[in-house]
Ligand binder design. Sequence first.
Ligand SMILES: [Zn+2]
Length: 250
Amino acid sequence: MNIIKCRLKGVVFLTFDIEPDAPPYQSDSTRGLEEGLPWILEMLNKRRVKATFFIVGELADRYPSIIEAIVGGGHEIGSHGYSHRRMDKLPPEEALREIRRSIDSLSVFQQVSSFRAPNLQPPKINVDDYLSLGIKVDSSVAFYKNRFYDTPIMKNGLLVLPATITSSTIRLPKKIAVRLTLNPKREFHVLFYHPWEFTRIRRKPIYRPDIWLRTGFYAQRSLESILDEAGKRGYKFLKVSEAVDRVVCK
Ligand SMILES: [Zn+2]
């Protein structure tokens, strides 16, 4: 396997994982889609920022108008599996079926060339499998889980684009969220959030504080501050598939 560490400077990838609310805690709820996502799309539209939405295929089948709204806003859609099952525990053939099925659902709306595994737990499939599905960028790993991923990585034609910060950072007090998210020691930033974080999640019956804490209003203000600050610093916002043309690998 030919693994090359790459450079990518001055860019922010804003990504959202589109799935039921806070799985598995509220998996029967889709308030994120109904309330959080419209806020996200309107805010991005006002700012003319384009983002990437990694979407669970089953939701694309159930809510086609939502996917049309995302694509209509000029954003990219990528695969987040079909059913949000953890893929690291599935036999490789089963994981491949999940991804293929999600791409079948999503490609009705837009060609799909990027992927993120549910819970950032990559399936046990190989680079050729990704490429044969048309996937050119995989954003299923994270710098905060494994320090090896401090740069994007080219693996035999598949670009691995690591998430740089965990989503719940958005719900720390605003100034801290901005500082940690756009840490200037990193040359690039791959941010990921969930629509439910931008709706008010009540404390009961969910007791895990990282689920409900500072959701809704606070998370909305933090995200706006992060985008303001990224703009002030002259970062360019790119969609995930655009990384392929921008990355320098030698
Ligand atoms: Zn997810």
